[in-house]
Write a protein that binds this ligand. Structure first.
Ligand SMILES: [Zn+2]
Ligand SMILES: [Zn+2]
Length: 194
């Protein structure tokens, strides 16, 4: 798919974020392109928005951030077998390589090459995102997307319990004294996205 999309971009190594018009991402052979229908703001996004010590040490800019989302598949790579355009999916946040020792021995949750959406590669605060097929979890169309992007955490946890893990559990932290920032950030996103 060609064209531009709106995205919340961490454009500079400084607090804040910008809205930008960017190219719709290209997909690889095993990728799917998703039109994002709902996204949630995680504590990680706050670190990035505030550009605190963790964010400064962890990532580089420019980067589209956001990693918890659900949406509709609008294009698939030629080697994708489990999804077709029109499917609804929620995404796994951690993209593992499938090649390292850990991945090959059933321990992908400690993949040495793991990439996190919205941190190590472009994320979901955008109209479209490209992700590998194997981190896109098909969901029921009858269920509201705003529920699914929250449920994606629970899916991860259940997989972990069943020892089929791609992922690990990391509980949400309380926003605590940072709630003001959170509200400001949310306002910024909602207001500017319209
Ligand atoms: Zn998160
Ligand atoms: Zn790996």
């Amino acid at each position: 798919m060609h064209g531009k999309m709106k995205a919340a971009l961490k454009a500079e190594a400084a607090p804040g974020a910008k809205f930008a018009l960017l190219e719709i991402p290209k997909i690889g052979l095993r990728d799917v392109l998703i039109q994002v229908k709902a996204a949630s703001i995680c504590g990680t996004d706050l670190h990035i928005y505030e550009w605190d010590a963790w964010a400064q040490s962890r990532m580089t800019v420019p980067r589209i951030f956001g990693h918890e989302f659900a949406g509709e598949v609008v294009a698939v790579g030629s080697e994708v077998t489990s999804l077709v355009p029109g499917d609804f999916v929620a995404a796994e946040t951690h993209i593992t390589c499938g090649l390292c020792y850990q991945c090959r021995t059933g321990q992908a949750h400690v993949c040495r090459n793991v990439q996190i959406l919205g941190v190590d590669r472009d994320g979901a605060f955008a109209e479209y995102i490209a992700i590998p097929e194997n981190v896109a979890w098909k969901t029921g169309k009858e269920i509201d997307h705003t529920l699914w992007q929250c449920r994606s955490r629970h899916l991860r946890w259940r997989n972990h319990q069943q020892n089929r893990c791609r992922l690990w559990l990391r509980p949400h932290r309380s926003l605590g004294s940072r709630s003001l920032s959170y509200i400001r950030f949310q306002y910024h996103l909602c207001h500017r996205a319209q």
